[in-house]
Design a binder for this molecule. Structure first.
Ligand code: GDP
Length: 435
């Protein structure tokens, strides 16, 4: 999966373009959990190609003079971390000195760069846009991120540069790829160090092809697995890590590359907004998830402390609550084996494939006993169901009137399915389709 970074000066329309590209609807879903999530990255697909989009603009801070420095940093990071870059400029302003400077940075880059000339709402603006040839970055796309014109063509061009999804051979024995992610100071490095210890059982370093090497193979507690490089592992560039944008970028990238996300939470701080973002991102990417509550040694315990803590975290990850939560201490090395064992289990659960005949026997019985509620006198009849031949668990229920199946019923079916089969830690998708 490719990562697209949107760069440009403030107020050129980066966020509006971002929202268009990721067809942002999650905000509504989020209101259910009562959390406002400030997101500058999203997941989308176009012409069968999947990609993550990052709006670098969300990370600029306050006043004008810091702006320039900040923008320069963001463009530099985008150049390092993204696979494709969309440079947004504003036709009303023409080429500003800042644009020229960004262009100068981008001209040195070998990655695909798309210039999006924004606010082109009419033919006259179209003529004005010609000026942007002078950026020296080749052709440009005119868009109006307000009314959406031109974004389709821009996406066509972008999708063309994104490699087709790899065919994954399910039979092939692949090592689990785990990414350890979490907020700064949650204890990611401590966890990894405690895990791989002094006797660093590194087996090989699988060199990345076009990218930096991402995976490092480990053998620990009798399990073979790859740890996917994250900001926590790579401590070289301290300065970069100070930037929230940088850590988000690393998290996005490592999530893309992993099978299971090991989300480390600082027990003394609890599950916070940023954790929710990462959790959401993992779920969106249909990755397995294990939550580690680290620094458990620091928490004063009474009867039920763990149970209550767990219940609270589950509230915060609703509606996807079928996720293992393990209480650990990287410091005292408590339950580290359990943590890895659980991650391996989630990896296996994610590969669960239920034979169609058995699935029908079981799930048709369930939906027969609890059919979808009739809407306007219409009765939905589910006739057949199956797990789809997809890389991650997805299920189709074929029925006469799929449009009458509402979300609560979908959730009911998902919960039943999770009760019967083991998909712990694994996001699943359920479709209702016309037979
Ligand atoms: P990272 O930024 O997520 O990699 O976090 P670090 O691994 O650098 O840890 C941040 C701080 O928390 C350090 O001072 C660690 O010593 C401390 N720490 C990490 N894990 C634990 C733990 O399980 N218990 C306690 N008491 N402290 C921990």
């Amino acid at each position: 999966n490719s990562i697209i970074a949107i760069v440009g000066r403030p107020n050129v329309g980066k966020s509006t373009l971002f929202n268009r590209l990721v067809q942002r609807r999650e905000a509504i879903v989020d209101s259910v959990s009562g959390v406002t999530r400030d997101r500058h990255y999203g997941k989308s697909d176009w012409n069968g190609k999947e990609f993550s989009v990052i709006d670098t603009g969300g990370y600029a801070i306050g006043s004008d003079d810091i702006f320039e420095e900040e923008i320069r940093k963001q463009v530099a990071l985008a150049i390092d971390e993204a696979d494709l870059i969309v440079f947004v400029v504003d036709v009303e302003d023409g080429i500003t000195p800042m644009d020229a400077e960004v262009a100068k940075l981008l001209r040195k880059v070998k990655k695909p760069i798309f210039i999006a000339v924004n606010k082109v709402d009419n033919a006259m603006r179209d003529a004005d846009a010609v000026e942007f040839y002078n950026l020296g970055l080749g052709n440009y796309h005119t868009i109006s991120s307000i009314n959406g014109s031109g974004t389709g063509e821009l996406l066509d061009a972008i999708a063309e540069k994104i490699p087709a999804p790899e065919e994954v051979d399910l039979e092939k024995k692949e090592l689990p790829r785990f990414a350890v992610v979490g907020r700064p100071n949650a204890g990611k490095s401590s966890f990894i160090n405690a895990l791989i210890g002094e006797d660093r059982n590194i087996v090989t370093n699988i060199a990345g092809t076009t990218r930096d090497s991402i995976d490092t193979k480990y053998n620990r507690f009798g399990f073979d697995f790859n740890l996917v490089d994250t900001a926590g592992i790579r401590k070289k560039s301290r300065v970069k890590e100070d930037l929230e944008f940088y850590s988000v970028m690393r998290a996005v990238r490592s999530i893309e590359y992993s099978d299971v996300i090991i989300l480390v939470i600082d027990a003394t701080r609890g599950f916070e907004g940023q954790d929710q973002n990462i959790f959401w991102l993992a779920e969106k990417n249909r990755k397995g998830v294990v939550i580690l509550i680290n620094k458990w040694d620091l928490v004063e315990k009474e009867t039920n402390t763990m149970r209550d803590y767990e219940a609270k975290v589950r509230e915060q990850i609703a509606p996807f609550t079928d996720v293992p939560i393990v209480f650990i201490s990287a410091l005292t090395k408590q339950r580290l084996f359990k943590a890895i064992e659980t991650a391996v289990e989630v990896f296996e659960n994610r590969k669960n494939r239920i034979p169609t005949s058995k699935f029908n026997d079981v799930m048709l019985e369930v939906v027969k006993n609890y059919p979808p509620p009739a809407i306007k006198g219409k009765f939905v009849k589910i006739k057949y169901c199956m797990q789809l031949p997809t890389q991650t668990p997805q299920f189709a229920f074929f029925c006469n009137l799929p449009q009458y199946v509402r979300d609560p019923y979908r959730r009911f079916v998902e919960n039943k399915l999770r009760e019967i089969y083991n998909f712990s830690g694994v996001p699943i998708t359920i479709y209702f389709r016309q037979k």
